[in-house]
Design a protein around this ligand. Structure first.
Ligand code: TMP
Length: 243
């Protein structure tokens, strides 16, 4: 698959056009950023690991009737995807209180939420991805009420599937971020990635709050051993899919 024009370079991936206008090529980078790119670094091997984890999970979600933009991986850090228009909403699903939810509400980290919380953030680096309300979503005309209902339903379904999947990997799915796209036929497809960059994953074999972290919080909070945590997630996910 020949890459042609670079369409967009994000913080963790580069998007290229291909000879077929309905297909794009995503190249996953080792670059890591946090706090809206105020903190920058590299996680060695992250591009390949996140690409492979995303590919494996997207393929598995497809088998659970969740449509995704995934096509295949021509190289370990490259993914061919269906061309979609990205909905400018970052959908965060939370099972356990952590991160900004704790900072903004005073909930204690680790508190199990009685029902998974689905939240929407405006995908705008310029504005710092602020939390949205439903009324603000419709005010800004980001999606229709019907589309938002569809997004919430599918986000909850993805959460149910991923929670039980990660549980089998002895990993607790604390929270994660999803992005969706709309294809030329107006179908809603799961897009972007699902990886330790975009999830909070806690190792069920570790009780210490620092040792259990298997995701980008290791980079955000300078906990060390970032590469090995990402590798461990990849190994457990792939091993589970082989069973
Ligand atoms: P938060 O607690 O910082 O709001 O993050 C919630 C989840 O979303 C967490 O799993 C990390 C993920 N996330 C991203 O994927 N990209 C982002 O830019 C942010 C802020 C969070």
């Amino acid at each position: 698959m020949s890459q042609t024009e670079k369409l967009y370079e994000g913080k963790a991936k580069i998007l290229y056009s291909t000879a077929d206008s309905s297909i794009l090529l995503t190249v996953y980078k080792d670059d890591a950023t946090a706090f809206n790119a105020q903190k920058r670094g590299q996680i060695k091997g992250k591009g390949e690991i996140n690409c492979q984890i995303t590919a494996a999970l997207f393929k598995w979600l497809e088998s659970k009737d969740i449509p995704t933009h995934y096509i295949d991986c021509p190289q370990p850090n490259q993914m061919r995807v269906k061309a979609v228009t990205i909905v400018p909403i970052e959908v965060v699903v939370r099972n356990i209180a952590a991160g900004s939810l704790c900072r903004q509400t005073g909930l204690e980290e680790g508190q199990i939420l009685s029902t998974p919380l689905v939240e929407y953030y405006f995908k705008s680096d310029e504005l710092g991805d602020p939390l949205l309300t439903r009324d603000r979503i419709f005010l800004l005309d980001l999606v229709t009420p019907q589309r938002l209902a569809e997004i919430e339903d599918i986000a909850r379904k993805i959460n149910q599937n991923l929670q039980s999947f990660f549980d089998k990997c002895k990993i607790t799915l604390v929270d994660f971020k999803l992005e969706f796209g709309i294809d030329a036929q107006q179908n809603l497809l799961l897009a972007d990635e699902i990886s330790p960059d975009t999830c909070r994953l806690w190792d069920q074999d570790q009780s210490d709050p620092k040792s259990r972290v298997m995701d980008k919080d290791r980079f955000r909070k300078d906990l060390g051993e970032v590469e090995s945590a990402y590798q461990e997630v990849q190994q457990r996910v792939l091993a589970q899919l082989e069973t």
